[in-house]
Design a protein around this ligand. Structure first.
Ligand code: NAD
Ligand code: MG
Length: 443
């Protein structure tokens, strides 16, 4: 389904200097017998949930570049230019950065989900014509806005779930970075998207790569998908080597610069486990057809094997701007800010099987994906809580996966459920993790 851009303006070439600068070839437009000077300007209206985080900031950089003269003309052969208007932004507590973004991008709405910061935000954006919303409801409100075409989900964790679901129910294009809602409520979300004509486009680099590679054949022709992983900072470690890992070591990712939660998830390889479940739902792929390979260079972002034995991969420098941009411009490709790949400078691309003994989270992830129902909500929530506790210095690195295993073992899975039951399972896992930590601390 192709997104209908609203509203559409017709401008002449003279109105848009940048159109002449980029010198697009315009065969298709000529075929359509449009006057040579006519330029169609399309506006896509974007809400960024979590605009102050690592993905959110990169998304704004991508949109800046798409709006600049360099990328002004779409590389398709049509005489069209797409502009991205930022309609809404959100942050949890980074109030100063949110206010700075509001001054720069002039959105019509901003949401601060931690209500303690509402007054401060009001003072900081005083004088701007912007509606200020607060709390989780404010997030859902901007995801549902009539005047939004694309919702870029860049919140961390399950907190994004209600807003992501609301956007799917409203039939939006979702550019999904926030993988946790898909992990917890994949069935519900994909169902809502199908029913309401919403597009779920991956921003996660592996899933964007699979999405791109899949365009080489039909879904029935896929024999398996192979998710790659850098292996994180402990790629070569044995189980005993990670016993006394420090916070600093866990946060030192060898390739990607990301938010703290996903960086810890990459160190435990919980991130790859979540991505297996994410891929299962996004591509409607049986778990048996999903594999993980360690690829330290992070150049091959993932691969798809087709029934004839052909393997199609997507390659690029490790830079989130590329998958973010593709989710915005799909089905088009346009010039952008992602650095170019020079394979001769990389020299060598290595692949290996993951060490399931060191990275127990990964084998658990496959089990959870097979179990379905409420299990993934428990798996995810236990991990989110354990990571928070690790970041706060209250538990050891290895305790993260132990606590997640404990919750998944103790939980009696239920299937075919709605959002309330999933959030109940999520809340139970959070309580269980905290209870275990408390009991241990008293010993
Ligand atoms: P981050 O921590 O840098 O930013 C998180 C954003 O969410 C911030 O804007 C923050 O204000 C907001 N936020 C935090 N808690 C919130 C809450 N309770 N309610 C509402 N908003 C809240 O995170 P990130 O690294 O940008 O990751 C965002 C999402 O994208 C995660 O789900 C992550 O797994 C996924 N992702 C990130 C990358 C990356 O390169 N950073 C790559 C692939 C996928
Ligand atoms: Mg990823």
């Amino acid at each position: 389904m192709v997104l209908e851009p609203v509203p559409t303006l017709n401008l002449t070439g003279q109105d848009c200097l940048s159109y002449h600068q980029c010198q697009c070839v315009n065969e298709k437009a000529e075929q359509n017998a449009r006057p040579n000077s006519e330029l169609i300007l399309m506006v896509k209206r974007v809400a960024i949930l979590g605009s102050t985080g690592s993905i959110g900031k990169n998304a704004l950089r991508v949109i800046d570049a798409l709006s600049s003269s360099l990328a002004a003309c779409d590389s398709s052969l049509e005489k069209e230019k797409t502009e991205y208007e930022i309609v809404a932004l959100s942050a949890h507590s980074s109030v100063e950065l949110l206010a700075e973004q509001a001054r720069r991008y002039k959105p019509r709405f901003v949401t601060i989900t931690d209500t303690d910061y509402y007054e401060q935000l009001r003072n900081l954006v005083g004088g701007l014509e912007v509606k200020i919303l607060a709390g989780p409801e404010g997030l859902t409100e901007i995801a549902e806005l009539e005047e939004v075409d694309i919702v870029l989900t860049a919140i961390v964790g399950s907190a994004g779930l209600p807003a992501v679901l609301a956007a799917a129910q409203k039939g939006k294009r979702l550019a999904i970075a926030n993988k946790e809602p898909l992990v917890i409520a994949g069935e519900l979300l994909t169902g809502a998207a199908r029913e309401n004509g919403a597009q779920l486009l991956p921003v996660d680099s592996e899933h964007s790569a699979i999405f791109q590679a899949m365009q080489s054949g039909s879904a029935e022709e896929v024999s398996k998908i192979i998710l790659t992983s850098s292996g994180g900072p402990f790629r070569e470690a044995g189980p005993e080597d990670i016993e006394n890992v420090t916070l600093e070591q866990a946060l030192a990712h060898p390739v990607w610069d990301m938010g703290t939660k996903i960086t810890v998830d990459s160190a435990t390889m919980m991130n790859k486990a979540l991505e297996v479940i994410e891929a299962h739902w996004l591509f409607n792929m049986p778990v048996e057809k999903i594999e993980v390979l360690i690829h330290p260079e992070s150049i091959v972002h993932s691969l798809v094997e087709f029934v004839d034995g052909s393997v199609i991969a997507q390659l690029g420098v490790p830079d989130m701007c590329l998958p973010i941009q593709y989710a915005l411009t799909y089905p088009r490709r346009v010039g952008g800010i992602a650095r170019r790949l020079r394979l001769e400078e990389i020299g060598e691309l290595r692949f290996a099987r993951p060490n399931f003994e060191t990275f127990r989270a990964l084998s658990l992830g496959f089990e959870v994906a097979r179990a379905g129902g409420t299990t993934a909500a428990v798996f995810n929530a236990a991990n989110e809580t354990a990571v928070e506790e690790f970041l706060a210095g209250r538990i050891k690195f290895v305790n993260i996966v132990e606590l997640v295993e404990h919750c998944v073992d103790k939980h009696s899975a239920r299937s075919g459920l709605g959002i309330e039951e999933l959030l109940e399972a999520d809340a139970w896992a959070r309580r269980e993790v905290r209870k275990c930590i408390e009991v241990r601390s008293k010993k």
